[in-house]
Design a protein. Structure first.
Length: 122
């Protein structure tokens, strides 16, 4: 946005908080008088104004940071899910192996008893 207004001490204007190079009158940038008062007051430091170039740079940086933060959280959640899956898979395998061992023990006992009976009967 280009502002052709001359900015004086009494002009309701905003200076880019990042580069400090650009002053724009609040009317040209479409800032309501109440919003202007909030931006320039010391009590409302959570409101900021940037020139278009700095706004784009700031927005891209914030957006990239949020994307990276979200990706890190997703990676952490994925790791947690994989750990749970691994634990459950191991438990299932252990249960299967234990069941197979029990069946083998039963077969061995049956065969042992049959062999013992056969040997005694001779």
């Amino acid at each position: 946005m280009k502002c052709g207004c001359l900015v004086f001490d009494d002009t309701r204007a905003l200076n880019c908080e990042k580069c400090g190079k650009f002053w724009k009158c609040s009317t040209c940038v479409g800032v309501r008088p109440s919003a202007y008062d909030d931006v320039v007051s010391d009590a409302e430091k959570e409101l900021h104004w940037f020139c278009e170039q700095c706004y784009q740079e700031t927005l891209n940086t914030v957006w990239k940071d949020k994307v990276m933060e979200t990706l890190a959280k997703l990676a952490q959640q994925m790791s947690h899910i994989e750990q749970k899956f691994d634990t459950k898979a191991d438990t299932a395998i252990v249960s299967t192996v234990e069941e197979m061992v029990k069946r083998l023990e039963t077969k061995i006992c049956v065969e042992y008893n049959a062999t013992e009976s056969h040997l005694k009967s001779r």
